[in-house]
Each structure stands twice: as C-alpha cells, then as structure tokens.
Design a binder for this molecule. Structure first.
Ligand code: SAM
Length: 284
C-alpha cells in the first residue's frame, strides 16, 4: 500500500469510516518526496530511536520505521489507532501511544537511551505547534534533534534574526537551545485535505551549550518575554513589566550592558539579551 497516495488515504477513510478532524490539525501528507526529505533530514539510522509526534495514518512513521531501530509514535486521535495497526502491521519496531503529546513525558519514553541516538520528528498539528516546541525545549528532552514540519510563517519566526518582523520570543527560545536548518518548503497541495497555508520542514539541532552563557536562565526568558510582550515600546519601558525590578535598576542594567534604552526588543541579539539579564541578575 502506498500510504502517501490520495487513493490509499481515501480507501482507508472509507473502510474505517474515518473523518478528518480539523480541530486536531489533520492534514495528511501525500508526497513521498517530502516523507523522504523528512527522514533523510532527520538523519535516521539503524541505531536510532525515533519519537514521532502525530503519526496520522503512518506515512512518515513508515519511512522512519524502515530505517530506525525503534519508532515510538504519539497520536491523540483514538480513531487512528486501529488504522495505524493495519498500515504499520509489517513493522515490529513501532510502538503507538494513544496520548496527548503535551501530556507525555518524552524523557521517560527514551529513558536509558543515548541522546545522540534519539531523534524527534513530526508533521505537527498546526493548532499547537508553538506549545509543542516550547514543551520539548522546556522539558529539555534528551534528543539529538527535532525535524518538524510547521506552517511556513511559524518556521520563518523560528529562524528569524534581530531587526526583522518575524523575530520574537519564539526565535530566541529555539535559537538559544538549537541550531536551525531549513530542510525544505512544502506546498499546501502536498496534503489531504489541503490547508490554507504552505509549510516548511526545519531541523532543530540541539546545541551542546546554549547560544549564550547566562547567569539565570529563567530571568533571561522573563526579560525576553517582557521585551516582546510590548515590542513597540522602548526597552526602558517594556522591561518595566519585569516583576520586582525598578526603573533605575533597568536603566543601570541597560547602561552596564552597553544597550541604548531607546532601542526595542526586536533589535536585540540573543547575546545582548543575555548581557542585559546578567546585569539585572547582578543587581537583584
Ligand atoms: N504525520 C501525519 C502525516 O504527515 O500525514 C499526520 C500529520 S497531521 C498534520 C497531525 C497529526 O497530529 C494528526 O494525526 C493529529 O490527530 C495528531 N494530533 C493532534 N493533536 C495531537 C496531540 N495533542 N498529541 C498527539 N497527536 C496529536
């Protein structure tokens, strides 16, 4: 069976009485070329354990299971579980977990595995793309990389640099922990049903060390959120939403970090945010 063909998906739908759920972000991939690019991009090999988020009918799972030692796929929609049982019947290295990925302890699933051999992949459900990425980063998942498909606009935000419209808290959160590499753009016509937007596959490769050394990581992210929470305001104003931090302390910290208080968050590099949050931390 060629899972990536429209006719196979329609046939499975009919046999199982399956209906696409818009609210679960179900847009299934129908392009073998893109499946190959995801699996190649992730660099999956015979020693790897792959965690897949949202396998759907199993088109990417199939590609991953053909190469990996083991694939653990997390799917929330219980009506897809019997379908996956059939489409992936030939593989004995696939485990399907019927669960919400946002409530899943991924480090528990990969307990005892070497981080270098854990690869996370997925054509992410669009309605929770950012929460999924933030959860993986905040949980500090032990993995080599995340190879994920997102809406093109979200991928642009993830990869954006200072001084651009797309640059924001998501760009900094991802780039702080990961190197961002674009694998490929994907047309909306590569899915059934076709979404209203195009997509991009990114590979986020975890860094050995964060992009900047910071004294206090939670404070660093509080500064980033404060800055972008009011991105039109100057730093001396936007940083006033930081709790327990006075106007004077903000001014002194910006001064010590060599940052003009009239600048806005969207112009600051990760290193500059790090310098500023270190100066705030020293004065608290
Ligand atoms: N991987 C399949 C493909 O590329 O054809 C399906 C991708 S589809 C964009 C997203 C998948 O994520 C759907 O199968 C959907 O049911 C599943 N999903 C949605 N929310 C989820 C959640 N919170 N946890 C796990 N899976 C979820």
């Amino acid at each position: 069976m060629k899972l990536y063909e429209n006719s196979s998906i329609k046939n499975i739908k009919e046999v199982h009485g399956f209906r696409f759920s818009k609210s679960l972000g179900q847009n299934f991939l129908t392009d073998k070329n893109i499946v190959d690019k995801i699996v190649d991009g992730a660099g999956i090999g015979p020693e790897d354990t792959v965690i897949e988020i949202g396998p759907g009918m199993g088109v990417i799972t199939w590609g991953a299971a053909s190469r990996a030692r083991k694939v653990i796929a997390i799917e929330l929609d219980s009506s897809l579980i019997p379908i996956l049982g059939e489409t992936l019947a030939r593989f004995d290295n696939v485990q399907i977990i019927n669960q919400d990925v946002l409530k899943t302890d991924i480090n528990e699933l990969t307990d005892g595995e070497e981080a270098g051999h854990v690869k996370i992949i997925g054509n992410l459900p669009y309605y929770i793309t950012t929460p999924i990425i933030m959860k993986l980063l905040e949980d500090k998942v032990k993995a080599e990389s995340l190879t994920i498909m997102t809406q093109k606009e979200v991928a642009d935000r993830i990869g954006a640099g200072p001084g651009t419209k797309s640059y924001g808290a998501l760009s900094i959160a991802v780039q702080f922990y990961c190197q961002v590499e674009k694998v490929t753009d994907v047309s909306r016509n590569s899915f059934i049903p076709a979404p209203n937007v195009d997509s991009t596959v990114l590979k986020l490769k975890f860094r050995q060390q964060p992009a900047a050394a910071v004294r206090n990581e939670p404070l660093f992210f509080k500064c980033v959120r404060a800055g972008f929470g009011q991105r039109r305001k100057t730093l001396s104003n936007s940083m006033q939403t930081l709790q327990g931090v006075s106007k004077d302390l903000i001014r002194d910290s910006l001064d010590a970090a060599g940052i003009d208080p009239a600048r806005r968050a969207e112009t600051l590099s990760i290193e500059e945010f790090a310098k500023f949050s270190d100066e705030v931390d020293k004065r608290l």
